[in-house]
Write a protein that binds this ligand. Structure first.
Ligand SMILES: [Cu+2]
Length: 480
């Protein structure tokens, strides 16, 4: 059984030879197609899925498999995804394309692939048990259909618990007739959430409380900012598949919602806003003119979704002196000693319960801030030694006597800064210490003056020249 990485590499090789590597995208001559080549949708931190042409069929290859996903530096977790990442690689096609997607199952259990919102024959819908047999471990299913739709869609496993392990990816259908007004930049961001307990790398998919909230598989500050030249028109496509709805908020600008998981909305429905609720199983396209220079936050506005490791599960370990009275080490850390997380053998207050109120440590309110190194017990192995900027928290003189201080997530802030650890071209020139305040579903929309924009693009090109390039045949940087 070939690994996903190998297959991906093979396909990339074929693809890159078609894309004539070494040539600038703008110089590349493409064969004439039925309609103008669309603007490539960028999915920061997530790869594009290459394809090959088989006659007039665009053929893709997806491999469902366990993946190691680095959510923030030093925090590598065991998820399930496609072709080495969660979310899986982005698929981009043109309206009217005939598409074949070969799905191989390298998971230890059955799976099925659903094409969310696609108007295709029932046999291709990927509903396990009703439209097809589940794909067994080691098995393959070949999906093939013609796509007459346009818009922001996605693919996902139709096994509920697998969805919560990361099994989703963006599926962009470019319109036959370009949208108006055209945009200069087009991005897609997949919203996901995981409950990952201390000292474990596998999400608890039964949990209702989430401590890792991600944009394209990364939590702030590891998310990659969207780089925009001052004055450009921008589209951001937001896709949500998890347990929560996310109100996504943009600073400094008003946008209009131009599309849903059902495709483009008529212009008569566009009204100004700066926060869009992206419900579970929905997508929302927003567009705006980047008229206001600055490094603007783009984030989920649910307070608990603007944190890393925020949940009650880590509070005691990160701050309290010792274990709660009457509990031993294992139970104090919320570790299971018998049964499954929700088995009858375990009480509801084991620290692995189904909600905030069911966890043992919630019976204790915020405990005083410990003197000394506040990171001493933080559950981020290795981070302390990898360039994290450690500092003393700025607190008032009598802080510990003020009811409500400190809050569970007090660890966020200046002492969590890791600018160097997340250094990349897109972060160039951000205010020193910025990373200490970026967490969860959060990134920057950087609206830059021309010189700064060019500088970052140059840095990015230099970096991209080194590793593999993910250019796609038929996709050019043109306006749509
Ligand atoms: Cu949220």
């Amino acid at each position: 059984m070939a690994s996903a990485k190998m297959l991906l590499a093979q396909e990339q090789e074929k693809d890159l030879s078609r894309a004539m590597p070494g040539m600038k995208m703008d110089d590349r001559k493409q064969p004439q197609r039925g309609h103008a080549s669309p603007l490539l949708v960028e999915t920061p931190d997530v790869a594009q899925l290459p394809w090959r042409m088989d006659g007039n069929v665009k053929e893709f290859h997806l491999i469902a498999e366990p993946v190691k996903q680095e959510i923030v530096p030093g925090r590598i977790v065991d998820l399930w995804g496609y072709n080495g990442s969660a979310p899986g690689p982005t698929i981009q096609v043109n309206q009217g394309d005939r598409v074949r997607i070969i799905v191989d199952n390298h998971l230890p259990e059955a799976t099925s692939m659903h094409w969310h919102g696609f108007e295709i024959p029932i046999a291709m819908d990927g509903s396990p048990g009703s439209s097809q047999d589940p794909i067994p471990p080691g098995g393959r299913f070949v999906y093939e259909f013609t796509l007459h739709q346009e818009g922001t869609y996605f693919y996902h496993s139709h096994m509920a618990m697998q969805e919560m392990m990361g099994m989703i990816g963006a599926f962009i259908m470019h319109p036959r007739e370009p949208y108006t007004p055209r945009v200069d930049k087009d991005f897609a961001i997949v919203l996901q959430e995981y409950a990952i307990l201390p000292n474990i790398k596998v999400p608890n998919s039964m949990n209702m409380e989430f401590n890792w909230l991600t944009f394209n598989g990364k939590a702030g500050p590891a998310t990659t900012p969207l780089i925009i030249r001052h004055g450009e028109r921008v589209r951001i496509r937001l896709i949500n598949l998890g347990m929560d709805h996310h109100p996504i908020h943009l600073h400094g600008h008003q946008f209009v919602v131009t599309g849903t998981e059902g495709g483009r909305q008529p212009q008569s429905t566009w009204g100004p806003g700066n926060t869009v609720l992206v419900g579970v199983a929905q997508s929302r396209d927003v567009e705006f003119v980047a008229s206001n220079p600055g490094d603007w936050m783009l984030h989920c506005h649910l307070p608990h979704h603007m944190m890393n490791q925020m949940s009650s599960m880590v509070g005691p370990m990160s701050r309290r002196n010792g274990m709660p009275a009457g509990l031993d080490m294992e139970r104090g850390m919320g570790m299971l000693r018998q049964g499954s997380a929700t088995s009858e053998e375990n009480g509801p207050s084991l620290g692995r319960g189904l909600g905030v109120g069911s966890t043992a440590e919630q019976t204790v309110s915020n405990s005083p801030l410990k003197p000394g190194d506040p990171m001493q017990h933080q559950d981020m192995p290795g981070m302390q030694h990898q360039g994290m900027q450690m500092g003393k928290p700025e607190v008032g003189k009598d802080a510990n006597s003020v009811p409500g201080f400190p809050q569970d997530a007090f660890m966020e802030g200046p002492m969590m800064a890791m600018d160097e650890m997340v250094d990349k071209p897109e972060n160039f020139g951000l205010r020193p210490g910025w990373s200490g305040f970026m967490a969860g579903m959060m990134t920057f929309v950087r609206v830059l003056p021309p010189d700064k924009y060019d500088q970052i693009m140059e840095l990015r090109e230099k970096q991209e020249d080194k590793p593999k390039k993910m250019d796609m045949p038929g996709m050019e940087h043109k306006h749509e």
